[in-house]
Design a protein around this ligand. Sequence first.
Ligand code: THU
Length: 127
Amino acid sequence: MPMEIERLINAATSARERAYAPYSEYRVGAAVLTGNGTIHSGCNVENASYGLTICAERNAICSAVASGDQQFEVIVICTEDGGSPCGACRQVIGEFGNVRVLTIDGRGQVVLDTSLEQLLPDAFRRG
Ligand code: THU
């Protein structure tokens, strides 16, 4: 496995350990690799009002953008079962192109290795 994918898997796994998920207890970590080799990570942050919860993928992307990175090559998403990203996160990831998407489970095993366009064909775009 390429070194950068391993670094991403480690970053997503560590981010998952920092998840704030007292309501669902479904912990999610995400890590994105930028064109310059930098990794940004995020975890899900839940809220008592439920609807204000922010997913791990969107937190990772927003952290990257706030740091000045907007070119994303790969995103790794870590959950207990290797679950696929939700529709809202697919739309947000897709804003930045046809990013490679890997999901891994709690033991670091790759469950899905796909692309954003496969997960969200014909996504909404501004012309
Ligand atoms: N969640 C994510 O962080 N990413 C997804 O793509 C799907 C769901 C979070 C939101 C909530 O904190 C928990 O998982 C259960 O839905």
